[in-house]
Ligand binder design. Structure first.
Ligand code: MN
Length: 728
């Protein structure tokens, strides 16, 4: 039985944001992998321990959570396997759905199986592990209860080692998510918490609100403060910050665009975020939508000391495409300072106020964390640094603006290696931006014997052409994980476990509705990624970021369900004549099912109102000229045997199927742009399929290629159409 059947049976894919991956790589002798501990505030609050075994996550619900005390043996109910992508899941499962309630990533990391392959151990009702998490460390055991009345009951307990403790309550001590830094209670209020932090930042003395902070978010030159020549430090009124052995970066988050900017020895600022997908994921999870941080990327050696060598190991492994690198060589971002929050520039704000914001924003044990505070006079601080392996400290006078009055004190405990880390970013991007198509041979279109692999190959073959129509647009996916005869669901929002290189776009998906964070499909890899999710049709809105309030085309949809295609052809040809007379361009395509679409470009600067009015006017002209063939009647029962001329497909929340999108129907037909001389009675939309369209494109090119380049005179067209109406 496929490992995830039970998982999928319990969940409604359309109603929850939980990932729906598949069984993944079929490892059969797992000796190490990733692990996560979720804190799940469902009907009963519990912790979920999930361990990678054979490409999926073996899962245990632990009501009392893990303990560091070897004598505390806690009940662990074995539950259904979860998909690998669940490692990244942190969200609120909606009311009414299985496991409804908020769930945070309480801890995660790398797990080693100590007594042979995990599969063999599980079969023998036990599991001995050593975990390397942010919070949990050392050896744990899971042992199944032999005489259990209530099903799959196990006991989880710590094994005696240097990480065991009878005194520490790790659950109470470190309650926050290692991703967002939020508690499970705060997760549902994430947006408001972000707004509150920005409001607090704005109230700080000398804070300035600035809409444009381009020098921070798109830096081309150094914007991080550099140490000045040592000056005499006043004995009090100073605080010290550790200078960690790592890479000092400017970390920025501007909505979904997260970047880590590193200045190289030549003074060039380079983006290196491709090497740190775990840090990118955590920055994305933070409550404020926009921030700029002065921070250091740090990797720790097994003894917990910052290690430049480990950081270099990370870069090497990423370049090799090691899937486990983020768990095996975790990297943290230690935040020393905050330069901007929301639209608030904090660089003139007193150091203590900035520092307070950092501590409000970030916990101490997380992927993105606040730098440790060092208390005491310089000698005490130097001593503490020596013990922690910290290479130096910087002193900051109270009230200092960003970059003001810094003095750099080496503690003499370590010498920063002078080797540069090779961030050959192109290699890393290529290594990480890789989509391995899973379940290629799964049948997606049974009648045509076409597989998921055929679907992915089609989108790869037409990527250059279809991407023109997807570029910068809100898109809506419809996923069919088991093909056109299985369950399907709309995917409005991106799933939380998506790879860090996938970009998103925020848009409103229904009138007065909530904002959605959809995919931003702008390159062949992202297109392949969504295809591998089992997405068949791609729906687009007639607008492009950043001007989502403006329409760039409108659509007249000829729906022939109650009529015949030849009548739609007649109407489309009449429409072409009217468009020509009005000076408007028009481009026809098959809907991919039975009807026809005509797309009319508007050029820049047109409102949705104008687009809708034009569509409506044209519809009325058509009904006037062909009252026996066309109707605009909204009530289906009153349409009669006529073509329904639907002019309501244009609007800020109305999606149409994209040119070259496959449809989820038998035959795997494609919504195919047509030359106007192809819009004739012998037209057969069924001839355009996933199999035939790539060849057609190669031979004849794209008849719609000018859609987004033409710039008609819209006011003149409106006047001409108004004059035409009534003179039919
Ligand atoms: Mn749970």
């Amino acid at each position: 039985m496929p490992k995830l059947d039970e998982y999928r049976r319990k969940r409604n894919e359309g109603a929850t944001n939980e990932p729906f991956g598949d069984d993944g790589a079929h490892a059969t002798a797992t000796l190490a992998g990733a692990f996560v501990v979720h804190l799940h505030d469902a009907t009963r609050r519990h912790y979920d321990l999930r361990l990678e075994v054979g490409g999926v996550l073996a899962s245990f619900a632990v009501p009392r959570g893990p303990s560091l005390d070897p004598d505390a043996k806690h009940l662990a109910m074995k539950t259904e396997d979860h998909p690998f992508e669940y490692l990244e899941f942190e969200d609120v499962i909606p009311a009414g759905q299985y496991g409804a309630g908020p769930m945070i990533v309480w801890d995660r990391g790398f797990v080693e199986y100590l007594e042979g392959p995990a599969e063999e151990e599980l079969a023998n009702d036990k599991l001995h592990v050593r975990v390397h998490g942010f919070k949990l460390r050392g050896a744990f055991a899971l042992v199944k209860l032999k005489k259990s009345a209530k099903g799959d009951e196990w006991l989880l307990f710590k094994k005696a080692d240097e990480h065991a403790s009878t005194a520490r309550d790790v659950l109470a001590e470190l309650p926050r998510s290692v991703l967002s830094g939020l508690t499970v209670e705060e997760l549902a209020r994430r947006g408001r918490i972000g707004d509150e932090l920005v409001a607090k930042a704005a109230r700080a003395k000398r804070a300035t609100r600035r809409a444009n902070l381009a020098e921070l978010f798109r830096p081309t030159a150094r914007v991080l403060a550099t140490a000045q020549k040592p000056t005499a430090v006043p004995p009090d009124g100073v605080r010290y910050d550790a200078e960690l052995d790592g890479l000092r970066v400017l970390a920025t988050k501007d909505d979904d665009v997260v970047a880590l900017h590193l200045e190289d020895a030549q003074g060039t600022v380079r983006p290196i975020e491709a090497f740190y997908p775990d840090v990118v994921r955590a920055l994305r999870s933070l409550a404020p939508a926009r921030l700029a941080l002065d921070a250091t990327l740090v990797a720790f050696d097994p003894s917990g000391r910052p290690s430049f060598t480990r950081l270099a190991e990370r870069a090497t492994k990423v370049r090799r495409g090691d899937r486990h690198v983020v768990h095996a060589v975790p990297v943290v971002l230690v935040v020393e300072d905050v330069l901007a929050l929301g639209d608030v520039d904090l660089r003139d704000v007193a150091f203590e106020a900035r520092r307070e914001l950092v501590e409000r924003l970030l916990p101490a044990a997380a992927v993105v964390r606040a730098a440790p505070a060092l208390a005491g006079d310089l000698d005490t601080v130097r001593g503490a640094c020596a013990a922690l392996g910290i290479g130096g400290v910087v002193a900051k006078p109270r009230g200092a603006r960003y970059g003001e009055g810094w003095t750099r004190h080496p503690t003499g405990t370590s010498i920063r290696p002078r080797v540069a880390i090779d961030h050959g970013a192109d290699d890393a991007r290529a290594a990480l931006r890789r989509v391995d198509v899973t379940n290629r041979s799964k049948i997606f279109f049974p009648d045509a014997r076409l597989t998921k692999g055929d679907l992915c190959d089609y989108y790869a073959a037409v990527a250059d052409v279809i991407l023109r129509y997807l570029h910068a647009r809100p898109i809506i996916l419809v996923r069919y994980p088991d093909g056109i005869e299985g369950k399907s669901f709309f995917q409005w929002n991106v799933p939380p476990g998506m790879p860090p290189w996938v970009r998103t776009l925020t848009f409103r998906a229904e009138d007065e509705g909530a904002m959605r964070r959809g995919f931003f499909v702008d390159d062949p890899t992202t297109l392949l990624y969504v295809s591998n999710l089992g997405n068949i049709p791609i729906h687009i809105l007639a607008c492009r970021a950043p001007d989502l309030a403006q329409a760039d085309f409108f659509t007249i949809d000829f729906d022939v369900k109650q009529s015949e295609l030849r009548h739609a052809v007649t109407l489309a040809q009449t429409l072409k004549g009217v468009l020509d007379a009005a000076g408007l361009p028009g481009f026809a395509k098959t809907s991919g099912q039975t009807g026809l679409h005509v797309l009319c470009p508007l050029g820049p600067g047109q409102s949705w109102g104008t687009a809708r009015a034009l569509a409506e006017l044209l519809g009325r002209v058509l009904v006037e000229r062909h009252p026996d063939l066309a109707t605009m009647e909204r009530v289906v029962g009153r349409r009669g045997a006529k073509v329904y001329v639907d002019t309501g497909q244009t609007g800020a929340t109305r999606a149409i199927v994209a040119p070259y999108s496959v449809r989820a129907v038998p035959g795997a037909t494609v919504s195919t742009p047509l030359a106007w001389d192809e819009v004739e009675p012998a037209l057969d939309p069924r001839a355009f399929t996933l199999r035939t369209v790539p060849h057609r494109l190669a031979k004849h090119g794209d008849p719609m290629k000018d859609l987004l380049h033409v710039r008609p005179d819209v006011p003149a067209a409106v006047a001409k159409l108004a004059a035409l109406l009534g003179r039919g």
